[in-house]
Design a protein. Sequence first.
Length: 190
Amino acid sequence: MRKRIGAKILGVFILILLICLAGIGMVGYCVHEMDGINEKIGGDYLNSIEQLDSISLKVSDLQQYLKDYMLSAEDEAVKSSITVSQDGIQSSLKSLAGSASDKEQKEAVSKLQDSYNIYLETYTQAMGEIEAGELMGTAEVDERVAEVTDAVKANIQSLSVRNAGHLSDSCRTNKKGYQRAWLYCAGNCG
């Protein structure tokens, strides 16, 4: 009789242990799921937002450098600054293309790349016109690149809004996973 009672008590403890182990497994799965979301947030969305900010800043810098170039076309520092900014934008665009995670984002990055290529072509033409003496005033320079600059900035804004939405969705999913992990833990071992 004593052995049967001891076996029943041991059986209850084993059952409780199995329930706790199952809960720990579920919590581990939720934590693994959250790690994947955190990696996506840090690796894709935040990097993408940083690259877009960099492109936006460099496009603004290029506008100022074009005016500086108009004032002193022979200044090597201005030419160097233009080259550095253009190279930085190309690097950021490559990084964006590499971190695009879905078809829509890849298309948006492609549109940004296309608008930047048109911008670059117009910018180079404006530099040639400055050298030839065809563009004389800052208002003319601004007017010459205004439309293509606005197109680049509109594409940057579109991608920024898209990435902010993806970031918000990922954070919301991460929060739900965190709450699920706590519920599993509290429900199974609490």
